[in-house]
Ligand binder design. Structure first.
Ligand code: SF4
Ligand code: SF4
Length: 319
């Protein structure tokens, strides 16, 4: 058994205080400006899945993701806090827009072990100014000692905002990461062309622009490879990493879930027993379209290594 198994769980928490035009939480996975849990059982299901994670017979590092903004939801934060108190949990990573950190982090501190909280804080340039955003991220890092990554999203039309963000993060001593923004209307299972999925790639100098603005070239290369062609690729997803969907279904990774491929079972079934691959490297059978960093960082490759630190997305220096 590996030292720590990383889990990406996307829960059904939906309330969000932002309204980004490119939001990828759509259709069945839509975020909401008024409802925290859409279906009657959503919250209870979430609590049972978190409990199952806490009972895993191995050490875990969890990206506890949502469809909305986690800091709008007190019930969500209460379970996240509880999870940090469990002995087998190394870290709990929350993916947030950063707007409510100064107001709501104290709940995680009061009710949980905030030293295990990791924050992936994405800037949405039409919704919050860079100075206010950076101040909130710095507050989390300096006042509470959280592991914080400031994340930018690069689209064809927001280069000035990304540059401002990068410089401000560096000045504040915050880790900075840059992702390519995706088009939310790209169908999941379809064979979409890359430039349909990633608007920046419609621009001639898209990749060069991303690197100039701080994207990791090796990571970009891996991202493009994983989206284009996975033939003959070995991957450790299903061995030291797996994915749980909003209704408790478990898959090797989120791409396998989108394809409905090789479901490992459902956490909410009483007799479910998780069988992870004994072999660390198993061929990928998805073909193409692996576009989420949580997933494709598990590909075998000749580079520095997989995620470092308490995050499913950060590959820079650890703590
Ligand atoms: S903050 Fe995130 S969940 Fe909320 S609208 Fe923006 S992209 Fe969607
Ligand atoms: S390469 Fe991507 S799609 Fe293939 S198994 Fe790994 S994580 Fe899943």
């Amino acid at each position: 058994m590996v030292d720590t198994v990383r889990i990406w769980y996307v829960s059904a928490q939906r309330l969000c205080n932002f309204c980004c035009s490119y939001c990828v939480s759509i259709n069945d996975y839509a975020k909401s400006s008024s409802t925290d849990w859409l279906e009657e059982d959503d919250q209870a299901r979430f609590e049972r899945i978190v409990y199952w994670i806490a009972e895993c017979p191995f050490r875990v590092g969890v990206r506890l993701a949502t469809l909305g903004e986690p800091f709008t939801s007190r019930p969500f934060l209460a379970r996240a806090a509880w999870l940090t108190t469990r002995q087998n949990v190394d870290f709990v990573e929350l993916v947030t827009n950063g707007s409510l950190l100064t107001k709501r982090l104290d709940q995680l501190d009061r009710e949980g072990d905030i030293s295990k909280v990791s924050l992936w804080v994405t800037h949405h340039h039409t919704q919050i100014s860079v100075p206010r955003f950076i101040e909130n991220a710095r507050f989390a890092q300096e006042e509470y000692g959280c592991f914080v990554v400031v994340n930018g999203l690069l689209f064809p039309d927001n280069e000035p905002a990304v540059l401002e963000l990068k410089l401000a993060a560096e000045e504040a001593g915050l880790r900075f990461h840059l992702d390519l923004g995706y088009d939310p209307l790209t169908p999941h299972g379809a064979h979409s062309t890359l430039d349909a999925m990633v608007p920046l790639l419609r621009e001639e100098d898209g990749i060069a622009r991303a690197i100039r603005l701080g994207a990791d070239p090796e990571l970009l290369e891996l991202n493009l490879l994983a989206m284009r062609d996975l033939r003959n690729q070995l991957c450790s997803a299903g061995h030291n990493y797996f994915y749980i969907g909003i209704r408790g279904d478990v898959f090797r990774c989120s791409r396998y879930q989108a394809l409905g491929k090789d479901r490992l079972g459902n956490v909410l079934d009483g007799d479910f027993e998780l069988q992870l691959n004994d072999a660390p490297w198993v061929p990928c059978k998805a073909g193409f379209g692996c576009s989420n960093k949580e997933d494709f960082l598990n590909l075998r490759r000749d580079r520095k290594g997989g995620p470092t630190g308490p995050s499913l997305g950060w590959v820079g220096d650890g703590r």
